[in-house]
Ligand binder design. Sequence first.
Ligand SMILES: Nc1ncnc2c1ncn2[C@@H]1O[C@H](COP(=O)(O)OP(=O)(O)OP(=O)(O)O)[C@@H](O)[C@H]1O
Ligand SMILES: [Mg+2]
Length: 300
Amino acid sequence: MRDQADRLREMALNLKQEIEAEIRRDLRYSRVVVISSGKGGVGKSTLALNLSLNLCARGMKIILMDADMGLANLDVMLGLVTKFNIYHIVQQKKSMEEITISGPEGLKIIPGGSGISELANLENTELKRILVELRKLDGAYDYMIIDTGAGISKSVMNFLLAAEDIIVITTPEPTAITDAYSLVKNVAKNSFAGSIYLVVNKVANDSEGILVAEKFKLVCQKFLSCEIKPLGHIVNEPLIGEGIRRQKAFVQIYPRSTATRNINTIVDRLIEASGQKSPGLESKRGGIRYFIEKIAGLVK
Ligand SMILES: Nc1ncnc2c1ncn2[C@@H]1O[C@H](COP(=O)(O)OP(=O)(O)OP(=O)(O)O)[C@@H](O)[C@H]1O
Ligand SMILES: [Mg+2]
């Protein structure tokens, strides 16, 4: 008799704990950061990967989505093999767990592939199913980092407008800066309500990085009434190319390089700016669910 009462009490306690965990998961959400550039080849994927690994090394849970519809390549950068992407979820062939691949430091990667543009053609019931799959990620990760293709195609724009945080990356080259400015202009024109950050890549030295960022910030302030938050810069480091050849991120193989220190500063500032030090209860706007719902609305 006593045994049975104990068992019942234990079951009730387990149930209570499960419900509480479920409620906590519902209240927490992942911060969505989209990395983009005007010009191609300026270092989006390099930044996305190394920034994600730096966050992982700080004990955060990170999911990195490769949303480059053209040449998605984060898996190749790490020498990982992928067969599936979001397209396979859209086609009802795979679940989110089945397409997610594991990188170093506990990093999880979702290959986006062509599946993202497919979202536009889905019926409501199908779309709902994907949203349910993606929402499962919310709260399970501190950040979702999204690496996009270059430029202001409609799909990239949809991603940017749905995000809470956008990191625009450029090099000091005038053409890259002009294209980055056009990107910011387009985002601002569409009344983007989140934060826009800037990273200057491939700089010769600290002064060049600071100068380019400050000039960019001023021009955006003056002509677009848009507040840009510089996160820092990354030096031009030939070893980064070596990392790519070895299919390893540079923060892994060159932990003491200047470029790794630069990434560390960028991440410090991002965490400070996005107030993610203690992820927890947040507003309704935000998270993967908001992001996906917004994209679905934008692509319809
Ligand atoms: N700080 C740096 N120093 C030296 N080389 C770099 C640096 N950052 C990136 N690179 C190199 O520049 C090239 C382009 O980088 P990456 O692929 O990250 O750019 P991307 O913006 O993602 O390009 P795409 O527009 O094609 O997606 C790569 O060969 C990479 O190794
Ligand atoms: Mg890329």
